[in-house]
Design a protein around this ligand. Structure first.
Ligand code: ADP
Ligand code: MG
Length: 261
């Protein structure tokens, strides 16, 4: 390639915002010459590489803004360790029909049984399918809204929790909510009702939710909206964290972990 042509190509790639083609164009040009590859095939190869890298960048960016606590996939979940979970059902949920229908998904169970892992795995699948996702804990959600309320930025902040196609609210029930906090929580659930999915995790059964929100009527109103179109996965079993500690020889009796992390 002449220097002039080379520089003009590099300028064009830059102006188009193409980042992958400049890295592979030399290689593909050589291959094309060597193997008699047609012009169209050559062009197709370059564009496919660029598209793939663009999609990967998009997924990385969406994963970053989703604010996930860790990135674990369904393949990394050991279903044999948690027999109360129906693997087929989880795989069906990971096909995301519930998300297309704006339904909710609730994981209930004691600490360490994989509620957050499964929620994150489904979130990663959703991001791959180009849904927008935001992950928060119940505590962080109400703290953020209470602070925004004080700073008069509540409308903008509410959008953080209502705009994504999927909102994950982790760890409901670890802390009881004050009156105002419970009302903010209710507001998010109502605004998302039938407009966007929620995945929620809790260590408390529904019967104990009155206590979490400090108000049985409010808890009923929240549950009413959450459960109207929803799937509940009840996980009963041993903590995976304790299994790992047992393996490492630091066993502590179950229940001693039964507190917020
Ligand atoms: P929970 O949210 O129910 O308290 P987590 O999902 O945070 O539990 O799980 C605790 C840790 O154990 C995480 O690192 C998670 O990836 C891992 N874990 C839990 N259950 C399993 C499982 N069945 N297979 C593989 N890893 C698991
Ligand atoms: Mg968790």
């Amino acid at each position: 390639m002449t220097t002039l042509l080379y520089e003009r190509l590099q300028d064009a790639f830059r102006e188009f915002g193409w980042t992958r083609i400049p890295e592979v164009v030399d290689h593909h040009a050589e291959e094309a010459a060597k193997h008699n590859i047609s012009y169209l095939e050559f062009l197709d190869k370059l564009l496919q590489e660029e598209l793939l890298s663009k999609r990967e960048r998009f997924i990385r960016m969406k994963t970053r803004v989703a604010h996930l606590p860790f990135h674990k996939k369904l393949d990394q979940f050991d279903f044999s360790f948690q027999p109360s979970i129906d693997e087929r059902r989880i795989r069906e949920l990971a096909a995301l029909r519930f998300l297309a229908h704006r339904e909710n998904l609730i994981f209930l169970g004691p600490p360490g049984v994989g509620k957050t892992h499964l929620a994150v795995a489904i979130a990663l699948e959703a991001i791959k399918q180009r849904y927008t996702v935001y992950f928060t804990t119940a505590h962080e959600l109400v703290e953020t809204l209470q602070q925004a309320h004080q700073n008069n930025t509540i409308r903008q902040k509410i959008k953080v929790f209502t705009k994504p196609n999927l909102l994950i609210i982790d760890e409901i029930g670890y802390r009881k909510m004050e009156d105002a906090a419970a009302h903010f929580f209710f507001q998010i659930v109502s605004e998302r009702y039938e407009t966007g999915s929620i995945i929620l995790t809790s260590n408390k059964s529904y019967g104990a939710w009155g206590e979490i929100f400090g108000d049985a009527v409010l808890a009923t109103a929240i549950l009413d909206r959450l459960l109207h179109h929803s799937t509940t996965i009840n996980i009963k079993g041993e903590s995976y964290r304790i299994k790992e500690k047992k393996k490492a020889g630091f066993f502590r009796p179950e229940g001693s972990e039964d507190k917020p992390e």
